[in-house]
Design a protein around this ligand. Structure first.
Ligand SMILES: [Zn+2]
Length: 474
C-alpha cells in the first residue's frame, strides 16, 4: 500500500525580552541556578502576575510578519499539570482565545516559495529546568516565567524536507524581527512534530505520534524520516499506531516511546482569574507595524531584482541577516554585485564554515574586501594572488594593500620585464618551441606555467599570453 505522511509542527520560541512574562526577573541565560527568581515566578501564594507589554508587542510583530489575524480580545488560561519544575502546578498559557490565529510561513522548497498554513500562535510562560545528576535531581527555576510564543502549524506538510524548509523560514523570520535568537542548541527555538500516515487518497487523518527532543534541522529531518518508516512498518504488519509521545534518540537514530500522549482535556484548562483579558487596539498594531524591518522574503526578492543576483545565491545570503548586511556593505559603490556574492559564497563562507564560525567573527571589514576586488580590477594583483591575499586578510584582519606591500605581490604588467623572462624561457626550451611551431598549440600552457613559476604567479596573465604568442610565432 502507498502511504502519505502528514506532519504538523509545534514550535516554541523564547522571546528576547529583558524580563520574564509576568514579573521583572531577568531572562539572561546561564546565570547561577535560582538567582533570577522572585515570589511571582516561584509560584508563592498570594502573588499576582503582571503581563510584560513587550511580549505582546513581539507577538504582534510576528503576526504581522506571518500575515496572521491579531485577535483584539484574547485571554490567558491555566494549563494544569504537575511537574517538579512547575511550582504553581499549572502553566499560564492561552487556550480557547489565543492572541493570533491563521497566517502562513513562506517556505522555500525546490527553488520556489510555498505557503504553509498556521493554525494559531499563543503566548505562554516557560517552566523551570530539572537537572539530573548521579546524587539526585535538581530544580533550577531561572527559566520559569521566561516568555514563549508557541507557533502551531496546520497539519499540511507531507515530507521531512517540507518540515525543515518551514522551520528554516520561521527561524529566519524571528531572527530578522529580533524577537528570538533562534538558537536551537540552547533551546531558544524548540520543535515538536506531530506525525501520522494515511493511505494515499484517504482524507481522514491516521493516528498521530508526537516526537520531541530534536535540537537541529538535521535531527528533525532524520527523526521524521525514521518515524514515517516506523509507522508504515506497523501498519504493514497489520498492527495499529499507538497515540504517544516519542523521544528522538540521536545516538541510535531511532524514536522511542516516552509516554502515552495526553488528551487536551486532561489539562483542565480554564481562564486564569489572576489576569484580565488582553485587549489590543488598532493604534497599538499600527505603532508596532511601523517598526517592522524588511523581512527575509522581501530582502531575497530585492537582492534578485536590484543586484541581479542568481536566485540560489540571493537565498543563501538572505538566510542570514548579518551575511546579507555584509554583502550590501561590500557592494555599496562597487560595480559588480555578483562578483561580491561569488567571493562571499565561495571564499568567505568556505573559511567560516571550515572553522564553524559566523560572519560576526570575521576580521575583514566590508571596505577591505571591496578594496581587494578593486585591486584585481585595476590589475594590481591577479585573481589568483587575490585569493592568497584574502586568506591572509581572513587570518590577520590586515588591509589588502598592506599584505600586498609586505609580501611584494604587486602584479607585473611591465611588458619589457615580462618579455625578458619569456625570452630566457624560450631560449632554454628549444624542444617545446619546436613542438609549438609544428602545430601543438597546447604547448602554450607549458610556457605560461614556466613564466608564472619564475614570477611567482605575479605576471599579468593576459600580457603573458599576448607576448608568448607573439614571440613563439615570430
Ligand atoms: Zn520572577
Amino acid at each position: 500500500m502507498e502511504y502519505e505522511a502528514v506532519i504538523g509542527l509545534e514550535v516554541h520560541i523564547q522571546l528576547l525580552t529583558k524580563t520574564k512574562i509576568f514579573c521583572s526577573c531577568s531572562t539572561d541565560f546561564g546565570a547561577a541556578p535560582n538567582t533570577h527568581v522572585c515570589p511571582v515566578c516561584l509560584g508563592m501564594p498570594g502573588v499576582l502576575p503582571v503581563l510584560n507589554r513587550q511580549v505582546v508587542e513581539y507577538a504582534i510583530k510576528l503576526a504581522l510578519a506571518l500575515n496572521g489575524n491579531i485577535n483584539k480580545f484574547s485571554r490567558f488560561a491555566r494549563k494544569n499539570y504537575f511537574y517538579p519544575d512547575l511550582p504553581k502546578g499549572y502553566q499560564i498559557s492561552q487556550y480557547e482565545l489565543p492572541i493570533i490565529t491563521g497566517g502562513y510561513v513562506d517556505a522555500y522548497i525546490d527553488g520556489a516559495f510555498k505557503k504553509i498554513g498556521i493554525e494559531r500562535i499563543h503566548m505562554e510562560e516557560d517552566a523551570g529546568k530539572t537537572i539530573h545528576k548521579p546524587d539526585g535531581s535538581y530544580v533550577d527555576l531561572n527559566r520559569a516565567g521566561v516568555p514563549l510564543l508557541e507557533i502551531v502549524s496546520l497539519p499540511v506538510m507531507h515530507s521531512p524536507v517540507e518540515a525543515v524548509a518551514y522551520l528554516k523560514s520561521l527561524k529566519n523570520t524571528v531572527r530578522y524581527l529580533g524577537i528570538c535568537d533562534g538558537n536551537m542548541e540552547e533551546g531558544s527555538l524548540r520543535c515538536d512534530a506531530n506525525i501520522s500516515i494515511r493511505p494515499v487518497g484517504e482524507e481522514k487523518l491516521g493516528t498521530k505520534t508526537e516526537i520531541k527532543n530534536m535540537n537541529s534541522f538535521k535531527h528533525i529531518e532524520k527523526a521524521l524520516e525514521y518515524e514515517i518508516e516506523r509507522q508504515i512498518t506497523v501498519l504493514d504488519d497489520g498492527e495499529k499506531v499507538v497515540q504517544q509521545t516519542r523521544l528522538w534518540d540521536e545516538k541510535k537514530g531511532i524514536t522511542k516511546a516516552m509516554r502515552s500522549k495526553e488528551e487536551e482535556n486532561e489539562y483542565r484548562y480554564f481562564p486564569d482569574p489572576d489576569l484580565v483579558p488582553l485587549l489590543i487596539d488598532d493604534e497599538w498594531i499600527k505603532r508596532v507595524k511601523a517598526t517592522l524591518p524588511e523581512l527575509p522574503k522581501e530582502k531575497f526578492e530585492r537582492f534578485v531584482k536590484d543586484y541581479k543576483l542568481k536566485e540560489e545565491d540571493a537565498k543563501i545570503l538572505t538566510d542570514d541577516k548579518d551575511l546579507a548586511d555584509y554583502f550590501e556593505a561590500v557592494s555599496n559603490g562597487y560595480k559588480n554585485p555578483q562578483v561580491v556574492a561569488n567571493w562571499i559564497l565561495s571564499e568567505l563562507l568556505g573559511f567560516l564554515n571550515k572553522e564553524n564560525k559566523t560572519i560576526k567573527d570575521l576580521l575583514i571589514t566590508p571596505n577591505d574586501l571591496q578594496n581587494l576586488l578593486k585591486l584585481i580590477d585595476n590589475n594590481t594583483i591577479s585573481g589568483k594572488i587575490a585569493k592568497s591575499v584574502f586568506a591572509k586578510m581572513y587570518k590577520t584582519g590586515k588591509k589588502p594593500e598592506t599584505i600586498i606591500k609586505e609580501d611584494g605581490l604587486v602584479q607585473i604588467t611591465d611588458e619589457s620585464e615580462i618579455g625578458k623572462i619569456i625570452d630566457s624561457i624560450i631560449a632554454n626550451n628549444e624542444k617545446a618551441v619546436q613542438q609549438y611551431k609544428s602545430g601543438k598549440k597546447n604547448t602554450l600552457g607549458f610556457f605560461v606555467g614556466q613564466t608564472m613559476k619564475i614570477t611567482k604567479g605575479k605576471a599579468n596573465p593576459q600580457i603573458v599570453n599576448k607576448i608568448l604568442i607573439r614571440k613563439l610565432e615570430e
